[in-house]
Design a protein around this ligand. Structure first.
Ligand SMILES: [Zn+2]
Length: 361
């Protein structure tokens, strides 16, 4: 259902007459209702172990290569669904001002962990944000599990500005890992400290295509007191030259980036930190936005706390297998001619065709 982008249990139920299921399941396909009910009581650890098995197999087959020579884990929060009407025991709540007065909105938020790889992002795990906690509390729970299941899968964890927290970095350092997080809070001592130092340092100039990058790299900063470890800040002031299509005029666009990290300067260059930092956007777009736009990631198949997590993990498994298949089994020449979505459609048509030909008149 997920790999062929059907998008609902009812759409899957339409395919029940397909002999494909008898061959593969050695029995009938369950009804939409039964599948939903089973997912509410599913033991999700089994799905996590299945995800790890896929990772281990790909690793053994040497099919996993990091980007820019690093194995990086990206952690990010995502709001998956919201409703004024439906709620469950796992729903978060917020008060929203509407034209009809204040109303309670119910919603779900998850934190996801994925490996940034050169061929495709490998989705590893997901954790629900619970009542009364923030995203970091859920992320810490997620990271502890990921560190346990995948102790050697990554060297660095990358997160947005929210992840610049002492407890997050301490957990990583305790496991021999490093963190990179966006630094943008002007009220932080670290931000003020490092901004005072930039005018004293000569930036490195780098030109990459139409982007000119001035890089500052300052190590040994002690102003993040709660971490009790010296940190390094990399700043990238980037100027991109764009040509306006209508007027043909050249325009310059500037953006200013800062990342705080525990990665030592003698091991990883400032340029690599900036590249890894920017990768977060690319991966977030590829992994999260695509999952929602094309793979029905936000669809609530069954509104129940266990079912929601179990369906996310099933989607992770389906996408990892599907992407591994497309990038490793299909001949490069054929793969280059088509998008990933094309192969999902081929999968669906193959399945659907079999149903169509076998339907009794
Ligand atoms: Zn709910």
């Amino acid at each position: 259902m997920m790999a062929s982008q059907m998008g609902s249990l009812n759409a899957l139920e339409q395919e029940r007459g397909n002999p494909f299921w008898r061959r593969w399941l050695e029995g009938d396909l369950a009804s939409a209702d039964t599948t939903g009910r089973v997912y509410c009581g599913l033991e999700v650890e089994g799905l996590r172990l299945a995800l790890r098995r896929v990772y281990t197999r790909l690793k053994r087959n040497k099919a996993l290569r990091g980007r820019h020579g690093f194995s990086v884990l990206i952690v990010d929060g995502h709001e998956s669904s919201s409703s004024y009407l439906r709620c469950c025991a796992g729903c978060l709540q917020r008060h929203i001002q509407t034209s009809g007065g204040e109303r309670i909105q119910y919603y779900h938020r998850q934190v996801m962990a994925l490996l940034s790889l050169d061929r495709f992002p490998l989705l590893l795990d997901v954790e629900d944000q619970r009542h009364g906690e923030d995203e970091i509390a859920a992320a810490l729970r997620l990271l502890e599990r990921v560190l346990h299941y995948y102790p050697r899968a990554f060297q660095v964890v990358l997160g947005d500005a929210l992840y610049l927290r002492a407890n997050m970095f301490q957990l990583l350092l305790a496991h021999g890992k490093h963190g990179i997080a966006v630094l943008k809070d002007e009220t932080r001592d670290l931000w003020q400290d490092v901004c005072g130092l930039f005018p004293l340092e000569q930036p490195i100039l780098e030109v990459c295509g139409r982007t000119e990058r001035r890089l500052w790299d300052i190590s040994g900063l002690e102003s993040w007191k709660s971490l009790k470890v010296k940190v390094r800040v990399v700043r990238s002031l980037e100027t991109k030259t764009l040509t306006r299509q209508r007027t043909g005029r050249k325009e310059k666009q500037t953006s200013d980036w800062m990342w705080a990290t525990t990665l030592p300067a003698d091991q990883v260059s400032a340029s690599a930190i900036a590249q890894l930092g920017h990768d977060r956007w690319l991966i977030e777009n590829r992994a999260l936005n695509e999952m929602v736009t094309y793979w029905h990631g936000d669809h609530v198949y069954r509104h129940h706390p266990t079912a929601i997590i179990a369906f996310w993990l099933t989607l992770f498994l389906a996408l990892n297998l599907f992407r591994a298949f497309v990038s490793l089994n299909i001949k490069p020449a054929r793969r280059a001619r088509h998008t990933e979505l094309y192969f999902a459609k081929v999968l669906f048509s193959a399945l659907h065709e079999e149903t169509f030909h076998n339907r009794s008149p």
